[in-house]
Design a protein around this ligand. Structure first.
Ligand code: NAI
Length: 417
């Protein structure tokens, strides 16, 4: 790859990391980083936490100051979009009508918020949260709001609920499923968070189907759910999941599924195109089938894997997935992918501040959810990434030294398949 050009489409955390890691690894070719947001690449996690509540500033969001890009000779095209990938000519068309050649293209184009498909969803006061511009708009709206309706009790919905409730607002969460965060956590953890938010004054409506938003003078005033009930709302946050941005890849006839399909090296169906982060679906040693993960860890570690390959140090992507969510005083950390678990084991005491839920399938540890128990989380990362077995009995026994156990080398039979 010496002297070649790597173009990275997408200026989020993953795209940024590819560029930074290429330079760190001594890559001496051209590196172009193209992002459609006008800002310098920034961190998204604080947008629904400290930034939203006004505890952190815009400058603190930036991954690096402007000078970094000049120093590292990373050509940052902020506010620009790739509109067409011509794989045969290895050229990209840009929204500004320019064209660019590449030797290798990295798709780090992320995902976009799902829109709420009901009448009234376009009223003023109905907002989503993904970008810093969204967070700025929400910060302003929170100042004048009284009744906040949140559609979707996923990570965005609950983190937003914690911030809005702490500001003394009337917060109602409308969730289609029977429990919050059901995509990512066990029923035990869902129930704990429902109770904790309820104690902070948040009201929940599970199994709710939003059918229409009502307004007056173009501004939202209420949310109607199936059955006819109308809930007053002068601010509505929609957090009902994301859709991977695969349109560019589809138009370029790359293989796609629930994301751009890549192999264990994160290479797409075209060896000159890689895909990482929220937009990529890949084979993971931690799940039975292909998976697409929406997390900072995944985006950053996949970026490092691709950058290493481009400088000749290729290795399959094998990092253990982990996530976190801060909701008020509660810090939730998840390691592994717990989808399909058939048994859980509780360690710690939910009534005394901290606990972990160990999730198993067929006796094999799939993942651990920890609430205010960071030590369990760190041990869990080690156990899962090194393939060290842990029986449900050991997990349940508070006297069993997890840390010492995680330090024991795995026996071959314990390795994760
Ligand atoms: P999500 O997938 O976590 O949650 C969406 C929720 O909306 C689910 O509970 C789902 O059942 C519900 N839902 C779907 N359609 C609905 C409908 N019509 N009415 C009511 N409820 C409905 O997605 P979310 O919260 O929107 O987050 C977006 C993205 O941001 C995700 O990729 C998420 O992982 C990421 N994120 C991650 C955070 C973290 O890791 N701490 C924090 C904030 C966001």
């Amino acid at each position: 790859m010496a002297g070649e050009t790597v173009v990275i489409a997408g200026g989020g955390q993953g795209g940024f990391q590819v560029a930074a890691s290429l330079r760190q690894a001594g890559f001496d070719g051209r590196v172009l980083l193209i992002g459609d947001e006008p800002e310098l690449p920034y961190q998204r996690p604080p947008l629904s936490k400290a930034y939203l509540s006004g505890q952190s500033s815009r400058e603190m969001l930036s991954l690096r100051p402007e000078q970094f890009y000049a120093d590292q000779q990373i050509e940052l095209l902020a506010g620009e979009r790739v509109t067409v990938i011509d794989r045969h000519r290895r050229r990209l068309q840009l929204a500004s009508a320019g064209e660019l050649g590449y030797d290798h293209l990295v798709l780090a184009v992320g995902a976009r918020n799902r829109a709420l498909p009901v009448p009234g969803a376009d009223l003023d006061g109905v907002l989503g949260l993904r970008t810093v511009a969204d967070a700025d708009a929400l910060r302003e709206r929170l100042k004048g709001a009284r009744d906040v309706a949140i559609v979707g009790a996923g990570f965005i919905g609950l983190e937003f609920a914690a911030v809005a409730a702490a500001q003394g607002l009337n917060v109602q969460v409308l969730e289609a499923a029977r429990r919050p965060m059901s995509r990512a956590v066990s029923a035990h953890t869902s129930d704990y968070f429902t109770q904790a938010h309820t104690q902070s004054g948040v009201k929940f409506n599970f199994g709710a189907c939003v059918v229409r938003l009502h307004g007056s003078g173009g501004r939202v005033t209420a949310v109607e759910i199936a059955g006819g009930q109308r809930l007053p709302a002068d601010l509505v946050l929609v957090g009902i999941g994301v859709i991977p941005n695969t349109e560019l890849a589809i138009a370029a006839e790359l293989a796609t599924g629930d994301g751009v399909l890549v192999d264990e090296h994160l290479v797409s169906s075209d060896p000159r195109v890689s895909a990482i982060g929220d937009c990529a679906q890949y084979p993971s040693r931690f799940t039975a089938g292909l998976i697409r993960l929406e997390s900072v860890q995944n985006a950053v570690d996949q970026a490092r894997t691709v950058a290493a390959r481009l400088v000749g140090n290729g290795a399959p992507y094998a990092k253990v997935p982990w996530f976190w969510s801060d909701q008020g005083k509660l810090k939730l950390q998840i390691v592994g992918v717990i989808a399909g678990h058939d048994a859980t084991v509780l360690r710690g005491d939910p009534d005394r501040g901290g606990f972990s839920v160990f999730c198993y399938r067929g006796g094999k540890l799939l993942g651990i959810e920890s609430v205010n128990r960071p030590a369990d989380h760190m041990v869990g990362r080690r156990l899962l990434s090194d393939g060290i077995g842990l029986t449900p009995e050991q997990a349940a026994d508070e006297g069993f030294d997890l840390k010492a156990h995680a330090a024991t080398p795995a026996k071959p039979s314990e390795h994760v398949a």
